[in-house]
Design a protein around this ligand. Structure first.
Ligand code: GN1
Ligand code: MG
Length: 348
């Protein structure tokens, strides 16, 4: 029972209810209500252990990050220990963790330019705050945002064609591989020693920020993938959800466009938040990052579709194909605005 699991953690109050919450594609999330004060509402999560195989490393990373942010008096997530002193509970089959619910917080699936500016500043500052983290973080999912690696996974999926879906998606495969050289520039710059890795959030979707009613960012959530990466990760992945005028899995492709107002506002905020460390090579390639994330997400959804839906939670059988098409449309829209993005970045 979920209530029994929660009771193994150092909560205050008695659990009165546990309800599903959130939109995550990986972990299962529940809100926990207690008879205690406003401050004793919690979030229970089942960690997807197929994806996060080293739960000790996962929680250790999160502990380092949240401790560091708290030392700088920043709001961050607060995880509870179990009564035997660990940040997770293993019930013999599943891994569970509990964090304090942030009261009066709002999440959005879409943002205005005004909120995008705030988000840009916050994610930029998040990277800046973590830039002096002394203890190294474990690479929780190796090569997570390495596009060369993701393309290789797609090739492997194609070759295996486990469930016979390759023929149906050939058009997308051709379009993706046509752009391989252009879209892997980040990894080449890294090998040439020109592009650094920094501690990044690596899942900066719009719904991974908590806002208050006035539009102030309360806290950045979903810290599972905080690890060294190119700054492109945080910048590009935010725009992938924020600048999309449709949904990530929109079945109606006509809803999808790449919103330049959002792009401009977010970029302005991000450049302000990263002022103290961003290199020219990072700044110049922000338009590349804006294209890279819809591209990479297409590659990942498509590989999962071809593999028979083993990674992302799906709500209906064609879901990963619908997601692939929607992300590809977004990529095409961003690609068509590449020149416009470049001149905008230069002007800021
Ligand atoms: C996953 O669980 P969620 O929804 O926060 C995924 C991201 C993808 C995203 C697509 C560990 O994040 O990388 O961009 O879905 N997280 C992992 O919406 O793979
Ligand atoms: Mg999330």
């Amino acid at each position: 029972m979920l209530t029994d699991i929660v009771s193994r953690f150092e909560i205050t109050g008695k659990v009165t209810d546990v309800k599903p919450m959130g939109e995550g594609l990986i972990n299962d999330t529940y809100k926990v209500f207690t008879d205690g004060s406003d401050k004793s509402q919690y979030v229970l999560q089942r960690v997807n252990n197929a994806i996060f195989q080293d739960v000790d490393m996962l929680m250790d990373n999160i502990d380092k990050v949240t401790t560091h942010l708290r030392k700088k008096n920043k709001n961050t997530l607060h995880f509870l220990k179990t009564r035997d002193g660990k940040f997770y509970h293993f019930d013999g089959e599943k891994y569970w963790r509990v964090m304090v619910f942030v009261p009066d917080s709002i999440t959005y699936q879409a943002v205005t330019p005004e909120y995008s500016y705030i988000a840009g500043k916050s994610f930029g500052e998040f990277e800046s705050l973590l830039s002096d983290l002394k203890e190294p973080l474990g690479e929780i999912i190796p090569d997570f945002h390495n596009i060369e690696f993701r393309l290789q996974q797609l090739r492997d999926a194609m070759t295996e064609d486990r469930v016979g879906r390759v023929a149906e998606v050939q058009y997308y495969l051709d379009e993706i591989f046509k752009r391989e050289n252009k879209m892997t520039i980040g990894e080449r710059l890294f090998r040439e020693g020109k592009l650094p890795k920094r501690v990044c959030h690596c899942d900066t979707k719009v719904n991974n920020m908590l806002f208050d009613k006035e539009g102030k960012v309360l806290c950045i959530i979903d810290l599972d993938t905080v690890m060294p990466s190119f700054v492109f990760s945080d910048y590009g992945d935010f725009l992938r959800t924020a600048a999309n005028t449709g949904a990530e899995d929109d079945p109606n492709l006509d809803n999808i466009d790449f919103n330049m107002e959002i792009f401009k506002a977010f970029t302005k905020g991000y450049l302000e938040g990263t002022e103290d460390f961003l290199l020219p090579v990072e700044k110049e390639n922000l338009p590349y990052a804006a294209m890279l994330f819809p591209y990479m997400q297409t590659v990942r959804f498509l590989a999962d579709y071809i593999n028979g839906d083993t990674y992302y939670k799906i709500k209906y059988p064609e879901h990963n194909l619908v997601r692939t098409k929607a992300q590809w449309r977004l990529f095409e829209r961003a690609e068509a605005k590449e020149a416009q993005m470049k001149s905008l970045v230069l002007s800021l």
